[in-house]
Design a protein around this ligand. Structure first.
Ligand SMILES: NC(=O)c1ccc[n+]([C@@H]2O[C@H](COP(=O)([O-])OP(=O)(O)OC[C@H]3O[C@@H](n4cnc5c(N)ncnc54)[C@H](O)[C@@H]3O)[C@@H](O)[C@H]2O)c1
Length: 299
């Protein structure tokens, strides 16, 4: 078994003052990483704030002989993101790993959704990941090494009352895929975790089932994706209760009308079963893969 350690590596974990982020920060620190424990310390719906959450995890890491500094900035502004990365560079000289984990919920059925609840969720999950990752990417590119983990959710499959959250989480998959493409030549890998775990965010939603979904089951996948041992990029992985599985967007062969065909809606209706067929799909690793597949039809 490969021994995974983070000696000489610097990691930022956002939203690491509790829940899943705390377990990531503790595991990376136990494996030798110098960790920036970022957390705004607010409520599940993103209100309020306190230094206590991040500081407590830093204290926990230090008590076990690890190295960590606290960051109390919000990921949801460009200044906050820049400051989180600056904290890592000032304290430890660089950034090797960013785990974008900070998150909030403002669940409402679609017609009841109010714009402040859309803005708050997009700002923390989606824009926050941009604000932290862009300055970190600059440092990683300079050093020729980096690991990003973005946090999506099974809400991307569709979940009642989570239009804002599922849209933000789906956006993170696109962000990670493009960072994977842009980072490839600089030794930067980017992947997505889709956790299911008992935390303050989910224990009411999951009910009794929550008890088998310890956050500690998600941590090994995130630690792997954050490590030098990681061989994958452009991926998304569900991790829950000891089950780890790839989640992907596939492109099926579909129906091709022919080179010089003219197509009307009735033709689509007539071929919908063929268009819907999922057999023989590819998993495009970039836009180019779809263009190449299309070009093949016209040869
Ligand atoms: N628990 C699950 O089953 C589950 C499922 C899918 C996705 N997720 C995602 O996993 C991540 C972690 O969630 P969790 O379940 O551990 O919940 P959690 O509420 O315990 O953790 C989220 C943390 O993010 C922090 N945070 C919120 N806004 C912030 C901001 N602007 N800046 C910095 N920190 C901020 C919070 O203070 C909190 O400590 C979230 O992105 C969540 O959407 C969790």
């Amino acid at each position: 078994m490969t021994d995974i350690n983070f000696d000489g590596r610097v990691a930022i974990v956002t939203g690491a003052g509790g829940g899943l982020g705390r377990t990531y920060a503790l595991d990376l620190a136990a494996r030798g990483a110098q960790v920036v424990v970022n957390d705004l310390g607010g409520s599940v719906d993103g209100k309020g704030g306190s230094d206590a959450a991040a500081q407590k995890v830093v204290d926990e890491i230090k008590a076990k002989g690890g190295e960590a500094v606290a960051s109390y900035d919000s990921v949801s502004t460009p200044e906050g993101g820049a400051s989180i990365v600056k904290t890592a560079v000032d304290a430890f000289g660089k950034v090797d790993v960013v785990i974008n984990n900070a998150g909030i919920l403002r669940d409402k059925s679609f017609l009841k959704l109010e714009w402040p609840d859309l803005d708050a969720v997009l700002d923390v999950h989606l824009k926050g990941a941009f604000y932290v990752s862009q300055p970190a990417f600059a440092v990683m590119k300079e050093n020729g090494y980096g690991r990003f983990v973005f946090t999506a959710s099974n809400a991307t499959f569709g979940n009642f009352g989570q239009t804002n959250y599922s849209a933000a989480k789906m956006g993170l998959i696109g962000l990670s895929n493009t960072i994977a493409v842009e980072g490839a030549r600089a030794g930067i890998l980017s992947n997505v975790i889709m956790p299911v775990a008992k935390t303050r965010m989910t224990e009411e939603l999951l009910g009794a089932f929550a008890d088998v979904l310890d956050p500690e089951f998600v941590t090994p996948m995130v630690t792997y994706l954050s490590s030098e041992a990681c061989t994958t990029t452009h991926g998304a992985y569900s991790a829950a209760g000891g089950r780890y599985a790839k989640v992907f967007t596939g492109l099926a062969p579909g129906w091709f009308a022919g080179k010089d065909a003219s197509v009307v809606a009735e033709d689509v209706a007539a071929h919908i079963a063929e268009i819907e067929k999922e057999d023989g799909y590819i998993v495009p690793q970039s836009t180019t893969d779809e263009i190449m597949a299309l070009a093949g039809l016209f040869n």
